[in-house]
Design a protein around this ligand. Structure first.
Ligand SMILES: NC(=O)c1ccc[n+]([C@@H]2O[C@H](COP(=O)([O-])OP(=O)(O)OC[C@H]3O[C@@H](n4cnc5c(N)ncnc54)[C@H](OP(=O)(O)O)[C@@H]3O)[C@@H](O)[C@H]2O)c1
Length: 365
């Protein structure tokens, strides 16, 4: 990027960021809407994950990723404000909320459980198992059947509920046959403690083996304009088996929003971006042409970079349901509005060709 236009882009991102922060601060009042009825979301704005008895209907075709409200995104906002935001999301029509035992660990499930308790039966609550947790830190994978059962019991308590709508294995544990994991979740489903089964970052072989034991509703894996690994075999497998796809980090942890630049600092004690090669100042600078391409398209259509990034994911398949994370009501509204934009076939091709021609620097993990 030419230094002048890059400076212009950085300063406009900063200005934009400041105005959005101001709006969010005004909107986040401490009063909490309890038990209100969610705004109706038009039917053409819902998406289905999974098939047959294993399907889930998601408003806006988009959920709310709650992890960053407690973990891994540098700052931890005021707890009451996050509870208000989660409830506000429901008032705005969001019905799909994502958390995990690992986030915090535990703190995020506790937050989400408290926020959603008054509206528990009206929403789809998603959580995950799959790690050992020692001294408050993740300590390796663990999908032993007995451990899954223990984790689910504890998650149910933290989530203040007696069932989890969609329970994912967070990562495949190579020491436990995936069939045993699927069988354990199937038993939990028979007991009514879990309604649907999901996998995260599983490969096609494991997806097929698990699905043969217990039909999988959704695969949750990283997918965005900068991380396109699922294209090909993974999405093909989901399509063949009727499994929905939930892109996590759909904004590449804010990288695709224009809010991150080579001067951005991540708190090493609470931000995994500090350890990921793609978030070094050098990689951010090297990947700037991708942001320019997204900004060019966004500016032409009166959209923000985040909206283009989410609309592009929605345009890939009708059974793709991204879960952008945010701690701000203004960003939440902006992200939901991306479901209003549809690419024409020509512009989708041209935009995708353009971004595909840009070499991405820095591994995703
Ligand atoms: N299965 C897995 O292994 C896995 C891994 C990671 C994440 N997840 C799930 O996926 C969810 C989302 O992923 P993520 O949080 O890693 O990444 P993300 O959704 O790609 O990005 C979140 C970041 O983008 C910022 N942001 C969101 N909307 C914005 C907007 N409109 N304009 C500017 N900035 C915006 C947020 O900051 P603000 O708060 O300032 O808006 C936050 O820092 C998580 O909450 C979690 O539930 C799953």
């Amino acid at each position: 990027m030419q230094s002048q236009s890059r400076r212009r882009f950085l300063s406009s991102s900063t200005l934009f960021g400041a105005s959005v922060l101001g709006a969010a601060a005004l909107n986040l009042h401490p009063s909490i809407t309890q038990g209100a009825t969610a705004s109706p979301v038009p039917k053409n704005k819902t998406r289905t994950l999974g098939s047959g008895d294993h399907r889930i209907e998601v408003n806006y075709g988009m959920g709310l990723g709650c992890m960053g409200m407690s973990w891994h995104r540098t700052f931890i906002p005021d707890r009451k404000a996050m509870i208000a935001l989660i409830r506000k999301a429901y008032d705005m029509g969001v019905n799909f909320f994502d958390t995990a035992e690992a986030y915090g660990p535990w703190r995020n499930e506790e937050l989400v459980g408290e926020a959603l308790a008054p509206i528990r039966k009206k929403i789809i609550l998603c959580s995950k198992f799959g790690f050992n947790i020692e001294n408050g830190q993740l300590a390796g994978l663990n999908s032993k059947p007995a451990h899954i059962r223990e984790v689910v019991e504890q998650s149910l308590k933290r989530l203040k509920t007696d069932y989890i709508d969609l329970l994912y294995q967070h990562r495949v544990d190579p020491t436990i046959p995936i069939e045993d994991v699927a069988g354990t979740v199937k038993d939990l489903m028979k007991e009514g403690k879990v309604l649907h089964f999901g996998l995260s970052e599983a490969d096609p072989v494991n997806i097929k083996k698990a699905h043969a034991v217990q039909p999988v509703t959704a695969l949750q894996s990283e997918y965005s304009l900068i991380t396109r690994d699922p294209e090909g075999e993974i999405l093909k497998t989901c399509e063949e088996l009727g499994i929905g796809f939930v892109p996590y980090s759909p904004l590449s942890r804010a990288l695709l929003t224009g809010y991150i630049n080579p001067l951005t600092k991540f708190d090493p004690d609470n931000d995994n971006r500090d350890t990921l090669p793609r978030y070094t100042p050098e990689a951010i600078k090297a990947n700037w042409p991708l942001l320019e391409a997204i900004a060019d398209f966004a500016n032409q259509r009166g959209l923000t970079l985040a909206q283009v990034s989410l609309a592009w994911l929605l345009a890939q398949k009708p059974w793709i349901v991204p879960i952008p994370g945010t701690t701000k009501q203004a960003h939440l509204q902006e992200n939901l509005w991306s479901s209003d934009f549809s690419f024409s076939a020509d512009e989708l091709k041209q935009f995708t060709d353009k971004i595909s021609s840009i070499k991405i620097v820095g591994a995703r993990n």
